[in-house]
Design a protein. Structure first.
Ligand code: HEM
Length: 251
């Protein structure tokens, strides 16, 4: 049975597409682009905060304590972040399904070597980054794998984030997984950044290579920044005071 071309009145009444921005593919693309910008800003902020590990335990634990001290503001940021993730994924899937439905089968197959290959890469890298973030939250925020992390405090009685991160990355498997995941994040951002300028209507023939190169450079900086942390731990450039134990899995 074929689907009706226009939604019924009942569908129109309850559908979220009644909101003007969501009622057209362009509006939905804007949501994906704007939530993408918010997520990129979070990733850059998170990277800058994490790089405090190179300044030593005091700097990193002070940074983590500062974040915790913001109390309700931290929860507002978390809720905004979660909303952005949900909207970004939901509208990406919606647009993808609409594209598939609007495209005749033969046309899709013919173009599989062009744009669709890149689009497929975006979906796979996006889903892998999502899986990574869930693992990452379980590891460092919920401390589900190592409940003892919760009890670690430094000499000033602050939550010892430095010790937790160095201990986790002293396991080569964990570090390798992080480097792989941030590599996929870099790939996702490289295309995503160039494509969001296009969605926002800022791309011209002249500016296209600028945005593409800019996206690539930002993605590399983000990748190298995040990857530098597990790498530095494995190379013992960032380490724990010798009295403390290292990898709980490899010992
Ligand atoms: C070497 C790489 C990374 C390190 C060392 C790291 C470190 C941390 C730590 C220690 C926390 C817990 C903070 C706390 O509860 O006090 C955290 C939370 C978080 N990280 Fe990462 N992170 C890394 C990469 C990433 C990446 C690539 C993403 C996203 C793509 C990400 C997303 C998050 C999110 C969403 C949270 C939860 C924030 C919150 O609860 O407020 N992290 N990270």
């Amino acid at each position: 049975m074929t689907r009706p071309a226009t939604p019924s009145k009942a569908t129109k009444k309850s559908c979220a597409c009644c909101i003007p921005l969501l009622s057209s593919p362009i509006g939905r693309k804007w949501i994906v682009a704007l939530t993408g910008i918010a997520l990129i800003l979070f990733v850059i902020g998170h990277l800058l905060g994490n790089l405090s590990i190179f300044a030593g335990p005091d700097a990193m634990n002070a940074y983590a304590a500062f974040l915790k001290s913001t109390g309700e503001l931290l929860w507002v940021v978390r809720i905004v972040l979660l909303t952005c993730v949900a909207l970004h994924i939901w509208f990406t899937i919606t647009l993808w399904r609409e594209n598939l439905a609007a495209r005749p089968q033969k046309y899709a197959e013919k173009n599989d070597l062009g744009i669709t290959v890149y689009a497929r890469l975006m979906r796979i890298s996006g889903l892998t980054v999502l899986a990574f973030v869930l693992y990452h939250l379980a590891q460092f925020t919920w401390e589900a794998f190592n409940p003892e992390y919760k009890t670690w405090v430094d000499v000033q009685g602050r939550y010892d984030v430095y010790r937790m991160v160095v201990t986790a990355f002293s396991c080569p498997f964990v570090s390798a997984f992080y480097v792989l995941a941030v590599g996929l994040l870099g790939m996702h951002l490289s295309h995503g950044i160039a494509s969001l300028f296009q969605t926002l209507g800022l791309t011209t023939e002249k500016l296209r290579p600028v945005f593409e190169k800019g996206g690539l450079i930002i993605a590399w900086i983000i990748f190298l920044g995040f990857a530098s942390i597990p790498t530095a731990v494995l190379l013992h450039l960032v380490k724990l005071p010798s009295s403390l134990p290292t990898c709980p899995f490899c010992q």
